[in-house]
Design a protein around this ligand. Structure first.
Ligand SMILES: Nc1nc2c(c(=O)[nH]1)N[C@H]1C(S)=C(S)[C@@H](COP(=O)(O)O)O[C@H]1N2
Ligand SMILES: [Mo]
Length: 373
C-alpha cells in the first residue's frame, strides 16, 4: 500500500511552516537564492522511453474504490511529455500537529509502539549513562543544551513503511557531548539508547558518532511530548527511524563480540515519493494552474530527480534536484496546466544518485472540467 499518509484535500501551502517554496521555471537559475537552500537549476528533461520498472498496466490500476468507479466511466486521457514548472526546497517543515502522530496514529502496530499517548506532561531531560565505563553518571540534556545545543533541520524516515516521513527543526545536544564524560573501556564498540518502554536498538558507536546523532528535546521550537517521564528523542541523520528512540531514559555502552549491523530500510521503502496536497478524485478547471507538491527521500542516498508521467509511465518528464542533501527531505512542487476536460492520472517517482527508482510510484487520479462548468 502506498498512501500511508492521510491526504489532505487542498492543503494550502500556508500550512507548512518554515521557508516558503521558491518557484523557479525549469531552466531559470535563481538569482539571490538564500544560502543553504537548494533550488533546481536544470531544465526538466522529457524522456521518450517507457517506464522500465513500472508496467503501464500496473500504474493505471485504480488505487481505491472511488477512483475505480470513475475510471470505468471515463477512460484516462494520456498526455505525453507533460511540461511544467518544477522547484524543490529542503527546508519546508512538517506541520507541528503532524510530527507526533504521523507514525503513531497512521502506523500503529507497524512502526510505532501501540498505545503511544500524546500526553503533554512535564517530561524529564535526565538521561543515565552506563555500561563498560569507569563510573555511571546521569546528565540533564536540556541543561547541557544551554552550552552545547545544536539546532538543525532533519528528516525522520521510517524504514518499514513507504510513508512515514517528516522534516523538522530539532534542537538537542550531540550524543558525542554526552559521551565525552564517559571514561570508556577501550573495547566499547556498541551504544544502545533505551526508551522508557524498554525499546532500544544497538548500533556501532562509530556510526552514531560519525552520523552526529543528537539527543533532541525540542522539535519545531516545542518541547517533545513525554511518556513515563522521558522527554528526549534520539535523532540520527540519514538513518532509519527505528534508531530514533523516544522518551530516552538511559544509554548503555557495551563491548560486543561483533559490531552490530547498521539497520537498512526495506527495499519497498527506498526512494520514497508522495504527493501530499491532493487526494484522488479532486477536480480542476481547464486552463487552471494545477500545483502538486510532496516529498522524495532515500535515507543516506541523495535524490537526483523527481519524474512525472501523465501517460501511465510511457513518457517521463525528469526534473533534476541538483544539490539535494541527504539530511533533509526533498520537498518538490510541480505546476502545469491542462486545456482539455477529462480524467487524468499523474504518476510521480523519484530517482536517486545510485540510479534507484521508486519501487512504489505515487499517483493522483484527477479530473479536469471545462472552464464553463
Ligand atoms: N521508545 C521508543 N522509541 C521509538 C520506537 C518505540 O517503539 N519506542 N519506535 C521507533 C520507530 S520504528 C519509529 S518509525 C519512530 C517513530 O517516530 P515518532 O517519534 O515520530 O513517532 O520511533 C522510533 N522510536
Ligand atoms: Mo519505524
Amino acid at each position: 500500500m502506498k498512501r500511508m499518509i492521510k491526504k489532505r484535500n487542498k492543503k494550502a501551502m500556508g500550512l507548512l511552516t518554515g521557508a516558503s517554496l521558491l518557484m523557479s521555471g525549469c531552466g531559470a537559475a535563481m538569482a539571490g537564492t538564500p544560502a543553504g537552500l537548494a533550488v533546481a537549476e536544470d531544465e526538466c528533461l522529457v524522456q521518450g522511453e517507457g517506464a522500465k520498472d513500472l508496467a503501464a498496466d500496473d500504474l493505471l490500476v485504480p488505487q481505491d474504490g472511488e477512483a475505480g468507479s470513475k475510471a470505468e466511466q471515463a477512460p484516462v486521457v494520456k498526455v505525453a511529455h507533460i511540461e511544467g514548472e518544477f522547484s524543490f526546497d529542503q527546508d519546508v517543515l512538517t506541520p507541528d500537529d503532524e510530527i507526533f502522530n504521523i507514525y503513531g496514529t497512521v502506523m500503529t502496530g507497524v512502526c510505532a509502539t501501540p498505545g503511544f499517548a500524546l500526553e503533554e506532561e512535564a517530561g524529564s531531560y535526565y538521561v543515565n549513562v552506563g555500561g563498560k565505563i569507569e563510573r555511571a553518571y546521569g546528565i540533564n540534556v536540556a541543561e547541557l543544551g544551554e552550552e552545547k545545543a545544536e539546532s538543525r533541520i532533519l528528516k525522520c524516515s521510517c524504514g518499514m513503511t513507504a510513508g512515514g516521513l517528516s522534516n523538522a527543526r530539532v534542537t538537542g545536544v550531540p550524543l558525542a557531548a554526552v559521551l565525552e564524560l564517559a571514561q570508556m573501556e577501550e573495547t566499547v564498540n556498541c551504544v544502545t539508547v533505551y526508551g522508557a518502554d524498554g525499546y532500544g536498538v544497538p548500533m556501532p558507536l562509530t556510526y552514531a558518532l560519525e552520523k552526529e546523532a543528537l539527543l533532541v528535546y525540542q522539535v519545531n521550537g516545542k518541547p517533545l511530548p513525554s511518556q513515563d517521564g522521558g522527554a528526549v528523542q534520539l535523532w540520527m541523520p540519514e538513518a532509519v527511524a527505528r534508531y530514533f528512540t523516544r522518551n530516552i531514559t538511559h544509554i548503555e555502552l557495551t563491548a560486543e563480540a561483533a559490531e552490530p549491523e547498521v539497520l537498512q530500510a526495506g527495499e519497498g521503502c527506498r526512494a520514497k515519493i508522495n504527493i501530499l496536497n491532493y487526494a484522488d478524485g479532486v477536480a480542476f478547471k481547464a486552463g487552471e494552474t494545477i500545483r502538486l507538491e510532496g516529498y522524495a527521500d532515500d535515507y543516506d542516498v541523495a535524490i537526483e530527480a523527481v519524474e512525472f508521467s501523465l501517460d501511465g509511465g510511457e513518457t517521463w518528464t525528469v526534473c533534476p534536484t541538483k544539490g539535494a542533501q541527504t539530511d533533509r527531505w526533498v520537498y518538490w512542487q510541480f505546476a502545469f496546466t491542462l486545456e482539455d476536460a477529462g480524467e487524468y492520472e499523474m504518476t510521480v517517482r523519484a530517482r536517486t544518485v545510485e540510479g534507484r527508482e521508486s519501487p512504489l510510484a505515487s499517483t493522483l487520479h484527477f479530473q479536469v472540467m471545462d472552464s464553463g462548468q
